[in-house]
Design a protein around this ligand. Structure first.
Ligand code: UDP
Length: 480
């Protein structure tokens, strides 16, 4: 029977893309390990995953997608306002389907490992019942992993919510002091259902056979050392951690994927001077209010920089639609009067989605205003593009602290307490990134880190060695 590795991503294009990249890496890394990759996709994948899945299925036939059946979710928004609660609930309800799928896969292949997205901890029990060795795939960095691993310790040492610890800095092994208010957003309130979900998965992390992380050693040496020294899980052995990144969706580098021809924004970039354009894009879920969009527009206009800006519709007031993809934005209504016309010669606004990897790798792009989603950070590093950090959700504020203070790869977009950024801050930061000495320093650091990323992925590099280690375990089997 053929060998297989089953990957189980959580909903959301960011998580799916890195899981697929992991699958591709496994396929090409060791020709002597002939394996097929089975991806069990949960229902309710946010964003436009269908075209992406179609493209991967066509270009990489050794990857097969198995769509898990729809489950009905109790949409009770009083439990928690956070999308993560819904994700935990969805994964939990999906367990019988995952059980069924694993049994089916086992009839036609030797399932060597189940690789779970870190949101899919609930499926750990299923793997245990079926005697399948399970591994986590952590799609964020070692810095966030260190925080999650140590989080149960912090939880047990206090009765307060992070949101009520104003002015307190949290001490995580391997991280600079983190302001409590910069903790992962859905974990700020101890009474929130999402907090419980995060606590459960942080506690369950060490139970896996190993943790695979989309990062590389020279990017996060301090956090990586703290984890490997066992400082983050004081009362339990830390499982082996494999830093195998950076994984980037490189088939998208030309932007030609999907069969729809070259996107207009890339053609526009072709006509711009080298390194002159600031790219603004906020992940698969980043949304701004109308007031904030207008403020960004004014800041961009006053900055006199060239820009490429991905704009989405503001969040809906209708709670039942909160987790659905937003409708196409009406740019004329959302942006200040005459903005598009006045900036026509130096700016382009793209609705909803741009091929980010291709954009970042375009020679005309010289800066990136990002929400600090981990994939976006790695993509910018691999393209050698310096960043301004404007975190919006998930672990992005935590990422910003380390990116700004320790790695010095980004400038910070400083927001008000309510999270609002005024036009003059946007102007200053965008201009600073492209023209100031500070911006130049960040650029030099990012370019050096790009070399580090390339070295890690080269034959004999740290990430290649780590991947070999874990694949050898799977190849030998019987790791249960
Ligand atoms: N992305 C993209 N175009 C967009 C927005 C996002 O190609 O307009 C891609 C981006 O390149 C990255 C992923 O979607 O690979 C977003 O992942 P990230 O971890 O940065 O953020 P998340 O969406 O998970 O918050």
């Amino acid at each position: 029977m053929e060998d297989s590795v089953v990957l189980y991503p959580s909903p959301g294009i960011g998580h799916l893309i890195s899981m697929v990249e992991l699958g591709k890496l496994i396929l090409k890394h060791d020709p002597s390990f002939s394996v097929k990759i089975l991806i069990a996709t949960p229902p309710y994948n946010a964003g436009s995953t269908a075209p992406y899945i179609k493209r991967v299925s066509t270009t990489t036939p050794s990857i097969t997608f198995h769509h898990l059946p729809t489950v009905s979710l109790p949409l009770d928004f009083s439990i928690s306002p956070n999308q993560e609660t819904l994700t935990f609930e969805l994964i939990h309800l999906n367990n019988p389907n995952v059980h069924q799928a694993l049994q089916t896969f086992s009839q036609t292949s030797n399932v060597r490992a189940l690789v779970l997205d870190f949101f899919c901890t609930a499926a750990l029990d299923v793997a245990t019942t079926l005697h399948v060795p399970s591994y986590y795939f952590f799609t964020s960095g070692a810095l966030a992993l260190a925080a999650f691993l140590y989080f149960p310790t912090i939880h047990h040492n206090t009765t307060k919510s992070f949101k009520d610890m104003d002015g307190t800095h949290l001490q995580f092994p391997g991280l600079p002091p983190i302001p409590a208010s910069d903790m992962i957003k859905p974990m700020l309130d101890r009474t929130d259902k999402a907090y419980e979900g995060f606590l459960n998965f942080s506690t369950d992390f060490p139970k896996a056979k190993g943790i695979i992380v989309n990062s590389f050693e020279s990017l996060e040496p301090r956090a990586i050392k703290a984890i490997s020294d066992g400082l983050c899980v004081p009362d339990y052995p830390t499982p082996p951690v494999y830093y195998i990144g950076p994984l980037i969706a490189d088939d998208d580098r030309t932007g030609a994927g999907g069969g729809g021809g070259r996107p207009e924004c890339l053609a526009w970039l072709d006509s711009q001077p080298s390194g002159s354009v600031v790219f603004l894009c906020f992940g698969s879920l980043g949304l701004f209010s109308v007031e904030q969009l207008k403020e960004i527009a004014v800041g961009l206009e006053k900055s006199e920089q060239r820009f490429l800006w991905v704009v989405r519709s503001p969040p809906t007031e209708d709670k039942s639609k909160r987790f659905l993809a937003p409708p196409e934005p009406d740019l004329e209504a959302l942006l200040p009067d005459g903005f598009l016309e006045r900036t026509r010669n130096r700016g382009l606004v793209v609705k909803t989605w741009a091929p980010q990897v291709a954009v970042l790798n375009h020679e005309s792009v010289g800066g990136f205003v990002t929400h600090c989603g981990w994939n976006s950070v790695l993509e910018a590093i691999c393209a050698g593009v310096p960043m301004v950090a404007w975190p919006l959700y998930a672990e992005q504020r935590l990422n910003r602290v380390v990116l700004v203070e320790e790695m010095k790869l980004t400038l910070s977009m400083d927001e008000s307490e309510e999270g609002f950024v005024s036009w003059d801050v946007v102007e200053k930061r965008v201009r600073g990134l492209m023209e100031s000495k500070e911006g130049e320093m960040v650029r030099e650091r990012v370019i050096a880190m790009k070399d580090g990323a390339e070295a890690a992925m080269r034959e004999g590099g740290s990430s290649r060695i780590a991947l070999t280690k874990v694949l050898n375990i799977w190849k030998r089997g019987c790791n249960y």
